[in-house]
Design a protein around this ligand. Structure first.
Ligand code: NAD
Length: 487
């Protein structure tokens, strides 16, 4: 079996504890992963703190940090096929998606490489004649970055890119499910020439995550995962008072009006819910469709869902692969069964096939009469679409906003003024109009409510990893007068 290693203080180590990683397409072990102990976590945080103050990193100009990030971007682009194969093997995400996504991950590092020397401070027009006052933007400190199993290279790029551009150092914990691509990525960080300790990459179970996020040496926690884990993390951050940015899940509405281009809406909906086998935080998992076109839309979706090529994730022709874990498949099957028991009508899919691997078919449920069914209200993180119909724009908005989440949304209509009204009315961090799942390093990404807070991507994300230092300089050579009167 292939053996993977942690990367701590510039050294690769297989660690004192280890676990097997399972291939989701077969359910069989294929690689040995190191499991971080609390002592490993402490060493990684100590290394990151040393690196944060070291001349080798703190002494670099912002442009020099940018050059290191440009080098990393080139290495990621060159290694994309190898990284994609590893992600596919370890998480079951299909090769078609991992190859395209990882090639684009390089663009995130390029964007933040270019941004490193554009993070500016300010000079204030202060209300005192003999004072100069500046604001310096300084790196916040050591960042704990924690990611879930899906799209680990992408979800870590949106944290590492801005954190390193700002001058922070990082301890990144890969998910215990499918950590191979991130542990391999550590080799590229090393090759790019980052000084030891600037980036440390470990993996391990929840305890390792908890040891990391509660550590006194952490200044900022950048977390992507589920709301329950986020609650643990925020409670834990009462110990170190670290700042948090949370990218959590969603139950995103995908709204189709009768005047929409139904071909495009159908294709976007299929990609929106079945891509990544539904394991996507922005999955458009609730279709809201105007009554007049509901039957037409359902017939189109059923036909597409049943024609999807399900198979081994490493084959380029596969369109839907296995879920990442057996646990995930059980959770999804259970929620579908509970929804059907509550009266949701199964249109297609619904039952896991016999045989090896954690497969679950594209599933559609008509929930027009069961708005409280689990598949309408719970984030399932799988290929399950609930459908509800609406008559009016107001009703569409009411359904769209009937969720404690607020990450993404989609609206399909040819009516420009309606598109504007919907864009304003939907409570979500992202509104896609006549498109879905478009992302870019230039555009902020994130949500509110149960979907978390903070934004990744764009300039503001880099500012999140800085703190402001106010510098006062007295320009007068006159002696300081009466010490008991403040000026
Ligand atoms: P999870 O919350 O169970 O785990 C995420 C990470 O947190 C893992 O690395 C895990 O080891 C770690 N962890 C677990 N307990 C911890 C603790 N007490 N302290 C610190 N770290 C801990 O999430 P998951 O089940 O792996 O992933 C699925 C979730 O991630 C879904 O809810 C999904 O919507 C969300 N997600 C969100 C986005 C986004 O950008 N908004 C992107 C992808 C996934």
């Amino acid at each position: 079996m292939q053996q993977f290693a942690h990367y701590i203080d510039g050294v690769f180590e297989t660690g004192s504890a280890q676990f097997d990683s399972l291939d989701p397409a077969t359910g069989k072990p294929w690689a040995r992963m190191p499991a971080a102990t609390p002592a490993d976590v402490s060493r990684a945080v100590a290394a990151a703190n040393r690196a944060f103050r070291s001349p080798a990193w703190a002494g670099l100009t912002a442009s020099a940090r940018g050059r290191l990030l440009f080098r990393l971007a080139d290495l990621v682009a060159a290694a994309a096929p190898r990284l994609a194969e590893l992600e596919t093997r370890d998480t079951g995400k299909i090769i078609r998606e991992t190859s395209a996504q990882i090639a684009y991950v390089a663009e995130y590092y390029r964007y933040y490489a270019g941004l490193a020397d554009k993070i500016e401070g300010a000079h204030l027009p202060i209300d005192k004649p003999d004072m100069e006052v500046w604001l310096r933007r300084e790196p916040i400190g050591v960042v704990a970055a924690i990611v879930p199993w899906n799209s680990q290279l992408f979800l870590s790029a949106v944290k590492l890119g801005p954190a390193l551009a700002a001058g922070c150092t990082v301890v990144l914990k890969a998910s215990e499910d499918g950590p191979a691509p991130l542990l391999e990525f550590a080799r590229l960080v090393d090759e790019a020439g980052f000084p030891p300790g600037v980036v440390n990459i470990i993996t391990g179970v929840a305890e390792a995550g908890a040891a990391l996020t509660t550590h006194a040496g952490i200044a900022h926690i950048a977390f992507t995962g589920g709301p329950e884990t986020a609650r643990h993390i925020v409670r834990g951050s009462a110990e170190n008072l670290a700042r948090t940015s949370l990218e959590l899940g969603g139950k995103s509405p995908f709204i189709v009006f009768a005047d929409a281009d139904l071909d495009s809406a159908t294709n976007a909906q299929v990609a929106g819910i079945f891509a990544a086998t539904g394991q996507s935080c922005v999955a458009g998992s609730r279709l809201l469709v105007q009554e007049d076109v509901k039957d037409e839309m359902l017939a189109r979706l059923k036909a597409k869902a049943e024609a999807v090529r399900i198979g081994a994730p490493e084959h380029m022709e596969t369109e839907v692969g296995p879920l990442c874990t057996a646990r995930q498949r059980e959770r999804i099957a259970d929620a579908v069964a509970r929804s059907v028991a509550e009266g949701a009508k199964l249109i297609t899919g619904g039952a896991a096939p016999q045989g090896d691997g954690y497969y679950f078919p594209p599933t559609i449920l008509d929930c027009s009469d069961t708005p409280d069914a689990p598949c309408v209200t719970e984030e399932l993180f799988g290929p399950v679409l609930s459908v509800q119909s609406f008559a009016t724009e107001a009703e569409a908005l009411e359904h769209a906003n009937a969720t404690p989440y607020g990450l993404a949304s989609g609206v399909f209509t040819r009516d420009l003024t309606r598109a504007h009204r919907m864009m304003r009315g939907i409570r979500a961090g992202i509104v896609w109009v006549n498109t879905y799942r478009a992302v870019s390093p230039i555009a902020p990404f994130g949500g509110h409510g149960l979907s978390g807070h903070g934004r990744e991507g764009g300039l503001a994300a880099a500012l999140d990893y800085t703190t402001v230092k106010t510098v006062w300089l007295r320009t007068s050579d006159d002696p300081i007068p009466d010490p008991f009167v403040m000026r």
